[in-house]
Design a protein. Sequence first.
Length: 138
Amino acid sequence: MISHIGNFFLALAVSSSFLQFSIPILKKALKLKNYENISAIMTRFHFLFISISFSILIWAFVVSDFSFLTVWNNSHTAKPLLYKITGTWGNHEGSMLLWCWVMALYGFLITQNYQFLSKELKENTLMFQGLLCFGFGL
């Protein structure tokens, strides 16, 4: 059951990254003024969803939940805890999810800390970061 929740949050993360890059494109094409912060909001949602999904994968490795195929292929019950945790990103699926999480983290930090950036530069940065996360999330 927990694997379905992780997949659901991963699907939400991919959907929010799609909205993160597509809404600013539509906003620029249609010259809309009402959607000022939508890219930053979608970036925050993307970070939340990908964090939950990655946390579920880490949890599956820690408790050796062999209902996950990637845990079945890349873990063992006799492994020490540190090896189980690092085994999360020691395979293709986990490393791609970690890469998406790191990109989402940097996008989240841009929305929070980089107030000195111009609004257009921040929006373009978040838009392309959303495009990359969408591509890696598929």
